[in-house]
Design a protein around this ligand. Structure first.
Ligand code: DGP
Length: 114
């Protein structure tokens, strides 16, 4: 855990979040700046900077994607579809340097993204 890291502090319960589901290695909460009617963030409890680090931790990657599928189902997104995004690095739009998967749904999505 890093005291400097916002999502580490949310995972530790030091900063409140609207948590929708939790597992041993992960938690899912609502994004504070939602870009869709449903906008969740799925994060590992341990500090991992980005998806690039999953190269050396494929088991955690599997657990997080399983969590993504579970929370999407829980939020009722299966019928209409949903989008899963993870930004890697500042140039790709990552603003919080703790791995997170965005789970977006409840509206039509457009492609390509900006
Ligand atoms: P990204 O730009 O891909 O790193 O996404 C970071 C997301 O984190 C962004 O959509 C806004 C969200 N966010 C930032 N600060 C907070 C916070 O304190 N609480 C919650 N729930 N979400 C946050």
């Amino acid at each position: 855990m890093s005291n400097e890291c916002l999502f580490c502090r949310i995972a530790a319960g030091e900063i409140p979040a609207d948590i929708v589901a939790e597992g041993e290695s992960w938690m899912a909460f609502r994004d504070i700046q939602p870009q869709a009617p449903v906008h969740l963030l799925v994060i590992p409890r341990e500090h991992v900077e980005s998806a690039a680090e999953l190269d050396s931790n494929p088991a955690l990657g599997g657990e997080l994607l399983q969590a993504v599928a579970a929370v999407a189902s829980q939020e009722g997104l299966y019928d209409e579809g949903f989008r899963v995004v993870t930004n890697v690095g500042e140039r790709a739009g990552q603003s919080v340097m703790h791995l997170h998967f965005h789970v977006l749904g409840g509206r039509r999505m457009h492609w390509p993204p900006g």
